[in-house]
Design a binder for this molecule. Structure first.
Ligand code: NAP
Length: 503
């Protein structure tokens, strides 16, 4: 694929991979490739095309600080617009020659002798000094193992692989799952189907969304850079203050937000029994807080019903719940989320001394600042463990990580052939900091189980502090946290003052 070793190979052309590529090129690293298994860029914003897909962070904040866009059509941009924004980044920053689409990385091995990553793909091998995993965390749909599912005679698909050829009209549709995806597509489809049965395992906390078209006046104002920055800062600080005030712990903020959510529920649902079923039995923030103005009204429609009894089995034409009730269905839509860890845990990544990432993570995913892993020199992750957010735009975390990797790239540029590996003690220190902050966090004290937690109940998904805290500790790569060595192929020791005698 490429003969001479590159400076950098980035795996994944979603938000984080593209941000990394743009920043690297701006810093003068032109010898790079972005490998992407799909036929286009966009990652999650290319894959998730379900009706109503949109971001749940305002677009002026859910966009890259160095690639502003003034004319987002709505406060919360819909998926096609976000995908177009990402495609626009490729054009605006001349990334096309650096992209290798439909190229799936099968294995990446660190060659310690050469100080290079050998990245194996289904189109050949490429070598690079630095490897960046930008493969996203929420990619592989999680499908529940329901008894009898294979016997279901109608169409069944996951929200992330929406079957647009499926005509929903006049169908009895069952939706399993009540997370961020379901609350977006249920209101979109309920008007089209004959009947919608929403199967709920746990009720989500939902706050008003307040989405609306931005309008020409607002878009014009957003063209004025200081105003746009001010608006972005106000969106950021509102969320940051919520975190500082206690949003990530069981606190007064929790109680206030719960009261707000209950009022929101009461405003849409008149039936007290349905209201009770839709009231969560855990503290707000323990699972992702959802934003929606139309999910509750959708469930209040005469052609919708909420089923809270656990699913017992799937029949060819419906679902039987634990209370013995039979729910006739023509179609099933799984809104059951994703297998945590994303693609990086499914790709063979072999670091120093033959250590695989899976072995290194057998107790759970762990990375210094979510970015680097001891035993994996010159390897960096974007959106790695403990860098997700429940309260603010995750792209702020991505930008800090990109800056960290750039720091590493610059350090390596100053030391040709050098190898950077995070010190195990720095990684352990970060782990201890995360674990200590997690102890009284809403995710462990909020009385719920969630995909944020691993089997041992440890949160390896979210950052337990403010964005400011994370950015301050991450964006500047401190070389003290790393071991910087020459590859074994090079002669060690000082060369200054050495006089070579002529033969
Ligand atoms: P999710 O939030 O993980 O929700 C999955 C839902 O499926 C939950 O209600 C869960 O119930 C239910 N479920 C899972 N397994 C089940 C089973 N075996 N039986 C019955 N119910 C089951 O998934 P998602 O809605 O796809 O969202 C995933 C993540 O994607 C979000 O947290 C968010 O980070 C991201 N997302 C973002 C946006 C956005 O606007 N930016 C939009 C969509 C998604 P329990 O709660 O009881 O586990």
């Amino acid at each position: 694929m490429s003969e001479a070793p590159l400076d950098l190979v980035i795996v994944g052309a979603g938000f984080s991979g593209l941000a990394m590529a743009i920043r690297a090129r701006q810093a003068g690293f032109d010898r790079l490739l972005v490998l992407e298994k799909a036929a286009g860029v966009g990652g999650t914003w290319r894959e998730n095309t379900y009706p109503g897909a949109a971001c749940d962070v305002p677009s002026q904040l859910y966009s890259l600080s160095f690639a502003p866009k003034s004319d987002w059509s709505r406060l919360f941009a819909p998926q096609p617009e976000i995908e177009a924004y990402l495609e626009g980044l490729v054009a605006a920053h001349g990334l096309a020659p650096f992209l290798r689409l439909e190229t799936c990385v099968t294995r990446a091995v660190f060659d310690a002798e050469a100080g290079l990553w050998r990245v194996e793909t289904d189109r050949g091998v490429v070598s690079a000094r630095v490897l960046v995993g930008a493969m996203g965390a929420l990619h592989h749909p999680a499908l529940p193992r329901l008894p009898g599912l294979e016997r279901f005679s109608g169409k069944a698909f996951h929200s992330a692989t929406w079957d647009h050829s499926c005509d929903l009209r006049a169908k009895r549709v069952g939706v399993i799952g009540t997370g961020a995806s379901a609350v977006q597509f249920v209101p979109e489809i309920v008007g089209r189907v004959a009947h919608l049965t929403q199967f709920q395992r746990s009720a989500p906390w939902i706050l008003p969304r307040g989405d609306r078209p931005t309008g020409r006046g607002f878009q014009w104002l957003m063209r004025i850079a200081p105003l746009r920055r001010l608006h972005r800062a106000s969106l950021f600080w509102r969320r940051e203050v919520a975190a500082l005030a206690g949003f990530t712990r069981v606190s007064r903020v929790t109680a206030l937000a719960e009261a707000w959510s209950r009022r929101h529920l009461a405003a849409s649902i008149a039936d007290p029994a349905l209201r009770r079923q839709l009231t969560p039995d855990y503290r707000l923030g323990c699972k992702r807080v959802l934003l929606s103005d139309d999910y509750y009204p959708a469930l209040a429609r005469p052609n919708a019903s909420l089923v809270t009894a656990p699913i017992r089995e799937v029949l060819p034409h419906g679902i039987v719940t634990a209370d013995g009730a039979e729910h006739p269905l023509d179609m099933l839509i799984f809104a059951t989320g994703f297998a945590p860890g994303g693609s990086v845990v499914r790709t063979e990544v072999i670091g120093r001394d033959g250590l695989s990432l899976l072995q290194a993570w057998k107790q759970g995913a762990d990375a210094f600042r979510g970015v680097s892993v001891a035993g994996f020199p010159n390897f960096f992750l974007l959106l790695g463990p403990n860098t997700g957010l429940g309260h603010n735009s995750v792209l702020l975390m991505v930008e800090a990580q990109v800056a960290h990797v750039l720091g590493a790239l610059k350090r390596l540029r100053d030391q040709p052939g050098g190898v950077l590996e995070v010190r195990p003690e720095a990684q352990a220190r970060f782990r201890a900091e995360v674990d200590a902050r997690m102890q009284d966090s809403i995710w462990t004290q909020g009385g719920c189980g969630s995909w944020y937690l691993d089997r041992a109940g440890r949160n390896r998904t979210l950052w337990p502090g403010t964005v400011g805290d994370y950015v301050r500790g991450t964006e500047r790569m401190r070389v003290e946290d790393y071991r910087l060595t020459d590859p074994p192929g090079l002669c060690p020791g000082p060369t200054k003052g050495l006089v070579l005698s002529k033969p």
